[in-house]
Design a protein around this ligand. Structure first.
Ligand code: TRP
Length: 327
């Protein structure tokens, strides 16, 4: 069976763009693949974090993944730092990645430009990400468009390691989500929906109050024309609403456009679809949040299952690279 692996950072609240882009595919991948999902808390440490907040966010993100439908009976769900193999393989990856290729990563350039403290971990971030993926003999990695370059580097590192030290790793394929991959900001529809701090009215959070969600959608920026059509260049706001509705209903945005003649009706339909998508997720999240020990047990068993795969793969890498076995 195809092995799918993906990770998500516990750094800010999950928004609708994450849900309709990457995370929705994680849920459906469970039907056809051997799926492993990881909350990558070590990656969160590449920028300064408040310890108590990091702990809370890590647990809540795991609960949210369960709430959206990651099923521990079918998937392995775990916390990155619980499986020590990640940190160890990351070192081997760092020693086989070049300074030049890490420096070319656009995410590093963007983030280091903005940060006042640029950690060494921010620079080697993609080596840890490669370790995450390669530890599980991963075939396919579902990620958002912004991770394309990191994925390409993971592949390069796997190929390089195999050619330097002999067959060790499976070379993974990226699976970049297309439909719903780019949910745009409701107030600035030519910008991707990203952080709520940057645009509170343009961003919908998965755990946000549902009345507030409906209001934000009804106040979304459209344009001065009046016709409803799917045209991302000329009508980014309307097209974004159609894309969101499409992701919630499974009907194409072009077909949906034919059903609406007024912006107000389209907005009402989008508001209702999003609210009805989020409501059951919020209800399940509340149940899980009321029972943290239940989640802890799921994560403990997830880490154990993950470790059973990662341990032997790390051993293979250690041996092939020439580390003396411990006897
Ligand atoms: N870098 C990814 C992101 O920011 C998160 C991530 C870490 C990841 N390790 C991974 C994604 C392994 C896929 C596979 O979204």
């Amino acid at each position: 069976m195809t092995r799918v692996f993906s990770g998500i950072k516990p750094t800010g609240p999950v928004q609708l763009g994450n849900l309709l882009g990457a995370l929705r595919h994680w849920v459906s991948d469970q039907d056809e693949a051997d799926t492993i999902f990881c909350v990558v808390d070590l990656h969160a440490l590449t920028v300064p974090q408040d310890p108590a907040e990091l702990r809370t966010r890590t647990l809540e993100l795991a609960q949210l993944l369960l709430a959206i439908g990651i099923d521990p009976a079918r998937s392995t769900l775990f916390i990155q730092s619980h499986v020590r193999e990640h940190a160890e393989l990351s070192w081997l990856m760092e020693c086989n990645a070049s300074f030049g290729e890490l420096r070319r990563m656009t995410q590093f350039k963007d983030k280091s430009d903005q940060a006042e403290f640029v950690s060494a971990g921010l620079f080697t971030y993609p080596a840890l990400m490669a370790a995450d993926i390669l530890l599980y003999d991963t075939d396919r990695v579902p990620v958002g468009d912004d991770q394309r370059q990191h994925l390409e580097l993971s592949r390069d590192l796997a190929i390089r390691f195999n050619s330097r030290y002999g067959d060790t790793f499976i070379v993974p394929e990226a699976a970049i989500a297309k439909v719903g991959a780019r949910v745009m900001d409701l107030q600035h529809p030519t910008k991707k929906m990203s952080k709520s701090e940057d645009s509170p009215q343009g961003t919908i959070l998965v755990l946000e109050d549902l009345d507030a969600v409906a209001k934000k959608i009804k106040r979304a920026v459209t344009d001065t024309e009046t016709d409803v059509r799917f045209d991302t260049a000329e009508k980014p706001g309307v097209s974004n609403l159609l894309a969101i509705l499409s992701a919630c209903t499974g009907t194409t945005p072009e077909t949906l456009a034919e059903s609406y003649t007024r912006y107000g009706d389209l907005k009402s339909a989008v508001a209702e679809a999003v609210v009805e998508t989020l409501r059951p997720i919020q209800e399940r999240f509340a149940e899980l949040a009321a029972d943290p020990s239940g989640t802890a047990a799921i994560l403990a068993s997830g880490a154990e299952k993950a470790q059973a795969i990662a341990g032997p793969v790390l051993e293979r890498a250690r041996t092939n690279i020439g580390l003396l076995p411990q006897s």
